[in-house]
Structures are given as C-alpha cells and as structure tokens.
Design a protein around this ligand. Structure first.
Ligand code: AMP
Length: 369
C-alpha cells in the first residue's frame, strides 16, 4: 500500500500486465494500419509514460507528438475541459491515432473530436490503455482498448492524484472504504446468535445481517427469493449457496457506510466463507474474527422447542426438523471452525448461562481483538 497526500492506494495493475496490454495495442494497431505512417498523438500529462513505451514497441515507422488538455484536478474529473495546446503540425490527409492513458467519462474525447473535425485528417483513431465502461457517457467509438477497469480512481503509470503518483511503474487503486470490524457470529441453531447480535451491534455500532431473518422476511412478503428458499428452510436444509451468497452480497452493498458487520447464520460452509472473503476484500476489508457460541445439543433442542411456541417458525416446532438443522450444522457448517482456526480467527465462547453473562463473555473476547 502507498500513501499520496492524504489518501491510501493499493496495488492494482502490475507493471507486467501493463506491458502486455501496451504490447498488444501496438501490435493490433500496426496490423490494422499496414504501410500507413501514422501520427501518434499523446494527450499530456497522463499519457507520457504510455506513449514512450508504446512507440518503442511499435514495429514500424511512425511520428509522435503531444497535445495538452488540462482535465483532471484532484480525485474527481472536472467538467470544464480547457483549451488544447500544442497542435502545430499540419495533419491534413494523415492517419492520426490519439493515445490516451485513460478514458472515463469521455469528456476529453469529446474535446478531441471537436478539435480534429477541422483538421482534415484522413482518419482519427482512438486508443486508450485503460477504459472505464461504467463511467463512459459518450458515443464516440474507441478503437483500441488496453484494459477495461471498474469505475474507481487509479494512479501510477502517468496518472496522478494532485500531482503525485505519475512516476509509479505500476497502477494503484484508491482505497475507498474506512476500516471495518467484521465478526462472524457462529454456533448451532438455538445457540443464541440472534439474541447476542442485538446487544453486540449496539455496543460496537455494527450492522447485523442474519441470513435466516432475510429469508424469513422474503418468505413473509412472498418474493421470488422467499418462494425459492421456503422449501429448503421448512425441511431444515440449507438454501443453495449461490442464492444465499448473492443475497448476502446485496445486504452488504445496501450498507455501504457500515463500520463493520455481524454476520449471523453466514457463512455456513467453506464455499460461503470463501465468498465472504471475496466480498469483503472488494471493500478492502476482511473477517476479523469468528466468535462461536458453544452449546450442547440437548440444550439447543430444548431452547428451540421453547422458542417455537412463540416464534411461529415451522422449523422450530418440530423436533425432527430441529435435529436435522443441528445435524446439518455438524455435517456442513462446523467445519468452518477449522477454516477460521487456520487463520487464528476462531474464538469459542461458552454459550450456556444467562443472557447477560454470555454477552459479557463475548465482549471480553471481542475487546481483545
Ligand atoms: P437460521 O435463522 O440462521 O437458523 O436459518 C434458518 C434457515 O434459513 C436455515 O435452516 C436454512 O434453511 C436457511 N439459511 C440461513 N442462512 C443460510 C445460509 N448461510 N446458507 C444456506 N441456508 C441458510
């Protein structure tokens, strides 16, 4: 990770990857242009490094020049693109290839087209090393693209953040998310995860996501997701992974400003645990700990039957369904203890006793993280 001014950036595209993309662009353009001697025009400042590398790789004769359009200031693209400087050469009848380091909204491209419309060029081709499809708002054709990237701010390889970072040989991406604390609250059905999550979310200012609650909400509202999940839940079986993972990701995305999450009922197997790692990694974050409530089976069965008298949950009122849920936990879910232990993230807590005592035990564990 690097710091430029006040912001942190993480490595994103390696020098090797950039080199491959530039080589391919040079080859593709050379193949298409045949014996034509093109004029490559770099747009300063950002494109200086690309143009230098590109022309070294271009296998045939070419001309190179630069123009300058002041465009980016700080992190946000500014709308007012200033005037063009530096075009002194007569380009009448020439094949011009604009070399851009990055195309995002397409505002610069708009300006380029406006200017080159009056130059009488034979053809105007646009080549860019990086392209942000989500940000691009114009209709101009982009003829050559080195690499599509998501709509995130990047620096390096000619691109700057307030003047810094242009010299970096690789590309870095802005770290956008604040530091988060993410807990997986773990334990068999009836261990008290939901009850404890309610205390912990207040105390630590975290967002509580219970996949079971989200499924039940969807069942109650008869959504497509609810209808799909119902048949599994009623039997005490797990809902298919991809359905559950997509749902969880949507819940995480809904809470973009969260200081962290308590995951309750998720992950329930290694596939889900790996998916959670990816989801959090995309937010520059990770699971900090799995905090597990440990309770014996017979206590669980008694607790769930008791809860079933008032919860209205079908899967809490039938002893054989309850036992099946506990069995599913041991067969498919308990293995996650190994997954998180291997990363030194597993913390077992005695889940038997009164609610306040158990909360205190959990807090003692979490405070030490
Ligand atoms: P819970 O409220 O956590 O006991 O979950 C109730 C039921 O919802 C489970 O028995 C499953 O059918 C379903 N469910 C909840 N979370 C998951 C998950 N992570 N993966 C698959 N199914 C789940």
């Amino acid at each position: 990770m690097i710091k430029l001014h006040d912001k942190y950036f993480k490595p994103y595209i390696s020098a090797e990857e950039i080199d491959d993309a530039v080589t391919k662009m040079a080859q593709d353009i050379a193949d298409d242009l045949g014996d034509e001697v093109p004029v490559f025009i770099g747009i300063l400042n950002g494109s200086f490094m690309l143009v230098s590398d590109f022309v070294k790789k271009y296998p045939k004769a070419c001309e190179v020049t630069f123009i300058k359009l002041a465009s980016y200031e700080g992190v946000k693209s500014t709308e007012d693109i200033q005037r063009l400087i530096g075009l002194t050469q007569d380009l009448t009848g020439r094949t011009v290839v604009i070399l851009e380091d990055i195309i995002d909204t397409g505002n610069t491209l708009h300006e380029v087209h406006r200017i080159f419309n009056n130059e009488g060029v034979k053809q105007l081709l646009i080549a860019t090393l990086f392209y942000k499809p989500e940000a691009y708002k114009k209709d101009f054709k982009i003829h050559y693209i080195g690499k599509d990237i998501p709509n995130k701010f990047i620096v390096g390889y000619g691109l700057d953040y307030d003047g810094l970072g242009r010299d970096l040989p690789q590309v870095y991406q802005l770290k956008t998310t604040q530091h988060m604390t993410n807990l997986v609250l773990f334990g068999p059905p009836g261990a008290g995860k939901g009850t404890q999550a309610n205390f912990l979310k207040e105390k630590y200012n975290l967002v509580h996501i219970s996949t079971g609650d989200v499924f039940r909400y969807n069942i109650k509202n008869e959504t497509a997701l609810g209808n799909l999940a119902k048949s599994y839940i009623d039997k005490g079986a797990l809902v298919p992974d991809q359905v559950t993972i997509d749902m969880l990701e949507a819940e995480v995305e809904k809470n973009a400003d969260a200081k962290g999450f308590i995951f309750d009922g998720f992950p329930r197997n290694v596939t889900q645990a790996e998916a959670l790692d990816k989801i959090l990694e995309n937010k520059d974050s990770k699971v900090n700990a799995m905090v597990a409530l440990e309770v014996e089976d017979e206590v669980l069965v008694k607790r769930l039957l008791e809860r079933g008298k008032t919860s209205g949950r079908k899967d809490d009122s039938d002893e054989s369904i309850i036992r099946n849920r506990i069995k599913v936990y041991y067969n498919e879910t308990a293995i996650l203890k190994d997954y998180y232990s291997a990363q030194d993230k597993y913390f077992g807590v005695d889940g038997v006793g009164n609610i306040e005592d158990i909360t205190e035990r959990l807090c003692n564990t979490i405070d030490k993280l």
